[in-house]
Design a protein around this ligand. Structure first.
Ligand code: ATP
Length: 202
């Protein structure tokens, strides 16, 4: 799977629809201070399911919506679309029937955010799992933000382990294990209830 295009509308400083074509070999974005380089990287994290406003340098998730300037009014929504080349059909089964996949995330003021895949509503979890299974995602160490290298050098071994786990392609397993544990606990609680009903009938 390869990212081929990122389209931003009303996202942070990208008030007008902006298309970034991601060609082979693109490894970095350069430009003057404040031109929006970090905003681009944040848009990529956001469409992959980032749920922490602090990771978007904001106090609330709605802060990603264009806030207006002296010359332009604020927007009411922000949208980011990511196009993925799936010609090799490596996407998880639920997404794997197309050569190209389009994931869209949109946030509207006072209405929260919603995701679409190929134009159909999907859950945040589905999108997060798609990227986790492809060894990437909102928190992928492959997306290097300012100051991150210094943090990595000073990190504890357990924090560094996450990077190795992602390289090994097992990041998605943690979420699945957590969900399996929740189901197990619910089943155990049901069993306890059944036991006490049986006892009361005996
Ligand atoms: P530097 O190299 O200094 O880190 P950069 O190129 O990474 O800069 P960004 O941090 O991506 O730049 O962009 C900062 C710009 O985005 C600022 O001008 C800021 O006002 C603008 N910005 C951030 N959030 C919003 C928003 N919600 N609405 C409008 N503009 C925004």
């Amino acid at each position: 799977m390869q990212f081929t295009r990122l389209r931003l509308t009303g996202f942070k400083s990208f008030v007008d629809p902006t298309d970034l074509v991601i060609q082979d070999g693109l490894t970095g974005v350069v430009g003057p201070n404040g031109c929006g380089k970090s905003n681009l990287l944040e848009a990529l994290r956001w469409v992959m399911g980032e749920s922490r406003p602090t990771a978007m340098r904001g106090g609330g998730m709605e802060d990603v919506i264009f806030a207006g300037t002296t010359r332009r009014p604020a927007r009411n929504f922000a949208e980011v679309a990511l196009h993925i080349d799936n010609a090799e059909r490596l996407a998880p089964a639920a997404f794997n029937s197309h050569d190209a996949i389009e994931i869209v995330r949109r946030i509207t003021r006072d209405a929260g955010s919603a995701y679409k895949a190929q134009g159909r509503d999907v859950r945040a979890r589905d999108v997060q799992m798609l990227f986790a299974d492809a060894s990437t995602g909102a928190q992928s160490p492959a997306l290097v933000r300012q100051g991150q290298i210094a943090e990595l050098i000073n990190a504890r071994p357990t924090q560094r382990r996450r990077i190795l786990e992602e390289a090994a392609g097992i990041s998605g397993l943690y979420q699945r294990r957590h969900e399996a544990e929740l189901k197990l606990k619910a089943a155990e609680a049901n069993l306890t209830r059944v036991d006490s009903v049986v006892e009361s009938l005996a």
